[in-house]
Ligand binder design. Sequence first.
Ligand code: AMP
Length: 357
Amino acid sequence: MTKIQPGGTIGILGGGQLGRMIALAAANLGYKCHIFCPEENSPAFHVAYTHTVADYTDQDALKAFAESVDVITYEFENIPAETAEFVAKIKPLRPGVQALSLTQDRLTEKEFLNDAGVQTAPFMAFETEEELLAAYKKIGHPAVAKTRRFGYDGKGQAMVKSKLDFDDVLAVTKGTPAILEGFVQFDREVSVIVARSVSGDVAAFPVGENVHTNHILDTTTIPANVSERLEATAKVMATKVANALDYVGVMAVEMFVNDDSGEIVVNEIAPRVHNSGHWTIEGAETSQFEQHVRAICDLPLGQTAARGKVLMKNLLGKDILEHEKYLDDPKASYHHYGKQEPREGRKMGHVTWVDSE
Ligand code: AMP
């Protein structure tokens, strides 16, 4: 049975804000959510039908969780591959194990993208100083060194302007598998949120333009300041990736754009709903969260058009304490993720403005 009818139960691995917003969208369509997360008091627990607090390696808890739901998804890509494989034997896991394991490793991810005919920055794997030197000679400089696994928001990365930076690089990678990537001279960063259903239907949202501060997403703007041709190319690239992965659900494809050359390369893909798609909640005909639920339950995909010009701004750390400023603004839609401690850089909420005139 591929179709999960409203009234069914969706299992979500991971209990952060993405799981929370999936659960809210799922509830609107009549689904119950069961969240599985190792941390007590996770943001998604507050809005879901039920939850399990257990480690991702706890097979008894995973089995009980999987047996209690109709379909399983994840909101966090560092779920151990063994956990994904284990639950996938009990209930459909969407997106599947392949999408998760490929994107957990920057090397396999980039090799997959290139094989699918999608351009990335040039890259080469290394572990030791000797291999780093070989990669440096091949890739040239400036370049960016990145650990292959567990990097996000700029963590596990170091710039390589010359050989003098090798010590810094090795201090970051600590002898673990890494890649050296050519530095892309880009003018803007964009992302495409694309959905693919069990039946193979694909729908891409309008391209969003992303600004990062200290490697963390600050704002997403719709429409992106790119030509119509580039907008279309970006969507085609994202569709290619989703099809090549035989993907089910919503995914984000992040890209670098060079205005002069019109060149566009993929930086990374996230096999899940994404921060740069939060604007869709108020700003698009269907939100990325509802779209994800539709895709994994094999319902028809929703319309993706924007409802106007849209700006989404993340509220990090203490930004969240200024809620009255946003609640007083008649144009602003304010989101608080229910997290207690406003630690520096922590994603606490976001605000969206839609200008439909
Ligand atoms: P990532 O963790 O791969 O998303 O990288 C975080 C940020 O570092 C990106 O959003 C870019 O701003 C920058 N960055 C990463 N890789 C490159 C690259 N190859 N060339 C230029 N900038 C990069």
